[in-house]
Structures are given as structure tokens and as C-alpha cells.
Design a protein around this ligand. Structure first.
Ligand code: PMP
Length: 451
């Protein structure tokens, strides 16, 4: 059992003050709400300097945007990073290779759903999506279909903030209106209908409205058929739409996408950046549907949240088509491709996952199910849902983000709500007590701010 707190007692400082007006934060204006300054991070806890001058120790319900699955300062990950720094931190990947990259690639293809054969390392999730889309276009061109230059996806998706990734994000919520005329135009099917994963005595069952599912399947199939000759790939977050609304959907929809891709000569690109490495209760969310994608993106939890690294996995069919094409190569090659430090930490992170992810995710999931149900008593709460180690409170209004954040911090929890959602995607290593703290803090914050 970990100590309740191993955080340093360092306090104070003017970091947050110096930050303001100088450093941009995600989706925030320069004069936005004052940030909290992190003084230390250990286990599942952050030590914070708060804008009101107080300090706080909080359980991180966000796992730093879903990636710190083993918590902070994990001895095995710290040791892997130290070992690799003592060896070498970075070398270019053009013409050179190194053990951390090869060892990690071997592990990734071995654990992936379906017969993945090749790995392209990218430096962030968004860049891996760029690479996957490029890959699909190159594959089609190499296969004699250079006219297939659009993608089929669903509304409500999120795939990253770079231009090609943005172009397959939800067209309404996904910043398309900010860049008129710049983003490529793709084909959007309706959102897959919301489904519930019910768990009774360890038995899991997806519950979906059958009529909604049938209608969605029909519409998806019809759209694919209508645009088939111009479509390169289906691009999707399997089973859980994350930043697009924390919406789980029926794995049968992923099966439909696989079938449609096969019927119409498209690739299936699975964006497992958020869902990969156990988050939904399967090692990869595609496994819920028993589907093997042609191309798969992973990131976020890949390094246990230590460093930015993502990977694009692909089948031998895709790799061979590109290799034998006139390009010969996949046309991408970032400076920090396969950064050895990130690869070494990622392998150590996968070691930790292998031992325990299934039991950990089950424990966190059952804690979230038990603890968040109290939110259903609140009038402002429209829905409470969980899948794997994800717990969501959906309100009937937009969340007052600064007020909920402050109230959760007063209740010893760090959350970062968005739109109408207050949610948790905690580190897998949270104990039952820590998950209970997260749930109690989330419910108390919602009760206080949006009774
Ligand atoms: N795809 C999905 C499904 C994501 O959730 C995210 C990040 N939230 C991305 C892509 C982009 O990853 P990154 O922020 O590392 O660029």
C-alpha cells in the first residue's frame, strides 16, 4: 500500500502569476482563469498552489488527460528514464536505429488486436493521426485508386488538433468554423447511438436501443455506398468517443465499420489514442467488437504519461503496398521520431500494464460505478455513465469550469470538466479509497455549483 502522501512540502512561489499573459494554455485566452501551479506530483496526487493563495493536495482524476495510468514518479518508470538518460536520450532515426525503439515495436505488434506487422513512431497523438491519414491516401494511390482522397467518419469524434486530424473531428464542435476553406471536406455519418455497459456480478452487457442501432447502421452503410469511389478509409475512435462527449457506443457499430470498409475497399483506421492500453476494460477497444483494424494509432498512456510518444501500427498488406509503390516510403519523418527516452519508458510502462491492468481497471471501474451514482439525485444531472476506468457525470447545462474545478479541489480532487461533462479517467493504480475520494469530490462539486 502506498503512503497517503509522499509529496514534497514545498510551497508558494509566483509561478502562476508569471505564467499569466505569457504562456498560452490549451483552448484558453491569455487572460483566462488563473491556472493552478503544480508543486509536485507523486503516486496519484498533485500538490497545488491555488489561485486563491491556498495550497492543496488532490487526487488526480484526469491522469493528466488520460495518460498517467501508473501515477506520478513511479519507481519503475523513473528508473527506466534514468537508465536511458545514462545511455543516450535522443538520436535521429534516419539511418540509425536503437534497442528501445525495436523492443517497443516488437511489443506493440505482439499485443495489438489482429495481425499488425509494422510500426511508425510519431511524437504525439495528433501527429500519429496525420501519419495514419497520409498512410491511407498513399495506400489507395499505391493500389491504383488515387481518387480516393476523402475519409468516412462519424459525428462527435475527436482525433487531434493538427489540420488533417481536425478535419475528421466533429464538424460542429471540432473547430471547423474557425478555419473555413482550409480544412479538407470529409464524409460524416451520424454519431453512433449512446449505449450503456451494464456490469452485474462481473458479467458485462452492452445495452443499446435496437431501433437506433439499426437506423445508424443503415445510414452508415448508405453513406459509405454513396461515396465509396472517393473514400480512402473509415476513421474512428472505437467504442468510446472521448473529447467529443465521453460517449460509449455499441461495439457492433465498430463491426459495421469493419464490414463496410471491407465491402468498399477502404482501410479501417482505429484511433485508440484515448482508448488503448485498457482504459475501456479491454486492452484495446477494438477487442470489444472482435475487430482487427488495418491501421491503429496509440499514444497517451503509451509512456505512462512520462513523455510524448505515439505510434501508428499497420498490417503487412498496408506496409507492403506502400513499400512497393512509386513512393517506396511512408512520407513522414519527424525530428524526434522514436525518441529513445520515450521508447524506453514506454516499454517499462507496458511491463507494468501487463501485470495488472485488467484487475486495476476493474477495481477503478467498480468504484466509479458505485461512487458516481449518488450524482443521479441531483436535479442538474442528466446522465451518469461508466465504461472501463471512465466515469462521467453529464449535466443539463454547460459546466461552470472554474467553479467546479475550485469546488473539486476543496474536496481534494483534480478534474478538468468540459462542455456539460464532469468526468474521471483516473490513474489505474488508484486504490478503492482514492476512487471513492474522486467520486465524492466530483459529486460534492456538482452539488455545490449546479445543485
Ligand atoms: N485522438 C484521440 C482519440 C484523442 O483523445 C486525442 C487527445 N485527446 C488525440 C487523438 C490527440 O492526441 P495529442 O493530444 O497527443 O495530439
Amino acid at each position: 500500500m502506498r503512503e497517503a502522501s509522499t509529496l514534497p512540502t514545498r510551497t508558494g512561489g509566483d509561478t502562476a502569476l508569471r505564467d499569466r499573459g505569457l504562456v498560452w494554455h490549451p483552448y484558453a485566452p491569455l487572460n483566462g482563469p488563473a491556472p493552478y501551479a503544480v508543486l509536485g506530483a507523486s503516486g496519484v496526487r498533485l500538490s497545488l498552489d491555488c489561485p486563491d493563495g491556498t495550497s492543496a493536495e488532490v487526487v488526480d482524476a484526469m491522469a493528466s488527460w488520460w495518460c498517467a495510468v501508473h501515477g506520478y514518479r513511479h519507481p519503475a518508470l523513473d528508473a527506466a528514464a534514468h537508465r536511458q538518460i545514462d545511455d543516450f536520450s535522443h538520436v535521429m532515426f534516419g539511418g540509425l536505429t536503437h534497442e528501445p525503439a525495436v523492443a517497443l515495436a516488437e511489443r506493440l505488434v505482439a499485443m495489438a488486436p489482429g495481425p499488425m506487422a509494422h510500426v511508425f513512431f510519431a511524437d504525439s497523438g495528433s501527429v500519429s493521426v496525420e501519419v495514419a491519414l497520409k498512410l491511407a491516401l498513399q495506400f489507395q494511390a499505391a493500389s491504383g485508386c488515387p481518387g480516393r482522397q476523402r475519409f468516412l467518419t462519424v459525428r462527435g469524434g475527436y482525433h487531434g488538433d493538427t489540420f488533417a486530424a481536425m478535419s475528421v473531428c466533429d464538424p460542429v464542435d471540432g473547430m471547423h468554423s474557425a478555419f473555413p476553406g482550409v480544412l479538407a471536406s470529409h464524409v460524416f455519418a451520424p454519431r453512433p447511438p449512446l449505449a450503456r455497459l451494464e456490469v452485474n456480478d462481473g458479467h458485462e452487457q452492452w445495452v443499446t436501443d435496437e431501433a437506433e442501432f439499426d437506423q445508424w447502421s443503415r445510414e452508415f452503410r448508405a453513406l459509405a455506398a454513396a461515396h465509396a469511389s472517393e473514400l480512402a478509409a473509415v476513421v474512428v475512435e472505437p467504442v468510446l468517443q472521448g473529447a467529443g462527449g465521453m460517449r460509449p457506443y455499441d461495439p457492433r457499430c465498430v463491426r459495421v465499420m469493419r464490414d463496410v470498409a471491407d465491402e468498399h475497399g477502404m482501410l479501417l483506421v482505429a484511433d485508440e489514442i484515448a482508448t488503448g492500453f485498457g482504459r475501456t476494460g479491454r486492452l484495446f477497444a477494438c477487442e470489444w467488437a472482435d475487430v482487427a483494424p488495418d491501421v491503429m494509432c496509440v499514444g497517451k498512456a503509451l509512456t505512462g504519461g512520462y513523455l510524448s510518444l505515439a505510434a501508428v501500427l499497420m498490417t503487412s498488406r498496408v506496409g507492403a503496398a506502400i513499400t512497393e509503390s512509386s513512393f517506396g516510403a511512408l512520407l513522414h519523418g519527424p525530428t524526434f521520431m522514436a525518441n529513445p527516452l520515450a521508447c524506453a519508458v514506454a516499454s517499462a510502462s507496458l511491463d507494468l500494464l501487463a501485470d495488472s491492468w485488467a484487475a486495476d481497471v476493474a477495481r477503478v471501474g467498480s468504484g466509479l460505478r458505485a461512487g458516481l451514482s449518488a450524482a443521479l439525485d441531483l436535479e442538474s444531472v442528466r446522465d451518469v455513465r461508466t465504461v472501463g476506468a471512465v466515469g462521467v457525470i453529464q449535466l443539463d447545462r454547460a459546466v461552470d469550469v472554474p467553479a467546479i474545478t475550485a469546488a473539486a479541489v476543496r474536496n481534494s480532487v483534480w478534474v478538468r470538466p468540459f462542455r456539460d461533462l464532469v468526468y474521471a479517467m483516473p490513474p489505474y493504480v488508484c486504490t478503492e479509497d482514492e476512487v471513492a475520494t474522486i467520486c465524492a469530490g466530483m459529486v460534492a462539486a456538482v452539488r455545490e455549483v449546479h445543485p
